[in-house]
Design a protein around this ligand. Structure first.
Ligand code: NAG
Ligand code: NAG
Ligand code: NAG
Ligand code: NAG
Ligand code: NAG
Length: 350
């Protein structure tokens, strides 16, 4: 053997003999890697951990040195996922998520009547930013509504650009003589359709008829149309009850007509009564009676107390009931006092 060769062969061996112990592969740290990845490290060799993309250094030392003992020191390095910023708020929509960490997915949805413009899913990237911008929830649009025949749109709330969007309302009107059947308003619905559009119907009413004890004012023989009205009146001393006017309705018939209520005769020959705040004599001043709904007040006598009290009664369509306590005084019984002239009972109580 040549001495030189022997020397070359012995050199590594000698080294092995005098060497300290070596360190094995360093411990794995979740979401991190070491700068120099080897199977064996000499004592004194330094390694540096770095967090993987999408993770950031949270705590613990990044640097470790292989010691004489050959055992890596306890590793305290911690990496945590990066967080993306809160992506919302999404107007008229909802954001579905569990967290905003690296690689997490966030889903978007819109409320009824709104559609998503943009991506429905975004993902948090390694740089801590989302991979796409926030979508928008845009209102559903409704096409121009079909106008009813003989109708006009009287109010149309339009968003700029002549489009109607979800929840916009339009109001319909019919030309005169036409009645609107259905709902006069229509709303742009979530499905992009309008709610029911009304119809305009041509409406005629028959010649208006008269009323008992009354008359129709100026009713000429002609065709009457929707919303036209006629006026009623009553004959002498009859009183109109109900609305003076009757109107041609959508149904082609007239609205309820008024009635004429009859006056009342006062069914006594002689009496002093209170009428419109005045004491008067029936036989002199109320020979015609009173009109429907009017009130007169009779006087009665309280025999024990020798005082007078008043009882009102009302004329209801020709019917008037005289209070039962009222006693008519004969024409020639001039010695009897009219109860109307007695001291009022409620005054004598005091
Ligand atoms: C969606 O949004 C983009 C950007 O905001 C806009 O240019 C586009 O017109 C929208 N699409 C619809 C259907 O409105
Ligand atoms: C963002 O990520 C989501 C989920 O991976 C994917 O569906 C979407 O297409 C991505 N958007 C863009 C603009 O890359
Ligand atoms: C909107 O509609 C009106 C009448 O229907 C029309 O005169 C006008 O030109 C329209 N405007 C646009 C921007 O389309
Ligand atoms: C008319 O429709 C609107 C919604 O479009 C509704 O709120 C309203 O109650 C309806 N009116 C009638 C009288 O049906
Ligand atoms: C919208 O209206 C049209 C015509 O009346 C009808 O065919 C369609 O089914 C409606 N769409 C929805 C989503 O109800």
């Amino acid at each position: 053997m040549y001495p030189t060769l022997l020397f070359l062969w012995a050199a590594p061996l000698a080294h092995f003999v005098i060497a300290d112990r070596v360190c094995p592969k360093p411990p794995r740290v979740p979401f991190a890697h070491v700068d120099v990845d080897k199977r064996v490290y000499q004592s004194g060799e330094e390694i540096i951990y770095t967090c993987d993309p999408g993770y950031s250094h949270h705590s613990g030392s990044r640097k470790y040195t292989c010691p004489w003992s050959g055992k890596w020191p306890i590793n305290t390095m911690q990496c945590i996922p990066k967080k993306c910023p809160y992506p919302g708020p999404l107007k008229n929509g909802m954001i579905h998520f569990t967290d905003f960490n690296y690689q997490s997915l966030v889903h978007f949805s819109c409320e009824a009547g709104y559609t998503l413009n943009g991506t429905d899913t975004i993902q948090c990237m390694a740089n801590g930013q989302w991979n796409a911008t926030l979508p928008e929830c845009q209102p559903v649009t409704c096409a121009s509504p079909s106008l009813p025949e003989f109708g006009v749109i009287s109010y149309h709330k339009l968003t700029p650009g002549n489009v109607s969007v979800f929840q916009d309302v339009i109001v319909f009107e019919c030309l005169s003589s036409f009645a609107l059947i259905g709902n006069e308003t229509a709303t742009c619905m979530a499905n992009g359709n309008w709610s029911d559009i009304p119809e305009c119907k041509y409406v005629q009413c028959p010649q208006p008829t008269g009323i008992e004890n009354g008359f129709v004012n100026f009713a000429v023989r002609r065709t009457y149309h929707y919303m036209e009205s006629v006026d009623y009146g009553c004959h002498n001393r009859y009183v109109l009850d109900g609305p003076r006017e009757s109107r041609c309705e959508k149904t082609g018939s007239w609205s309820t007509k008024p009635t004429c209520k009859a006056p009342c005769k006062i069914p006594v020959n002689r009496a002093t009564v209170l009428y419109n705040g005045r004491k008067i004599k029936v036989q002199d001043d109320l020979t015609e009676g009173i009109q429907h709904a009017e009130t007169i007040t009779f006087f009665c006598k309280n025999k024990q107390e020798k005082c007078g009290y008043s009882v009102p009664t009302q004329c209801i369509d020709g019917q008037l009931t005289v209070p039962s306590c009222f006693k008519e005084i004969g024409k020639f019984s001039f010695w009897k006092t009219d109860p109307a002239d007695l001291t009022p009972c409620d005054a004598s109580v005091n």
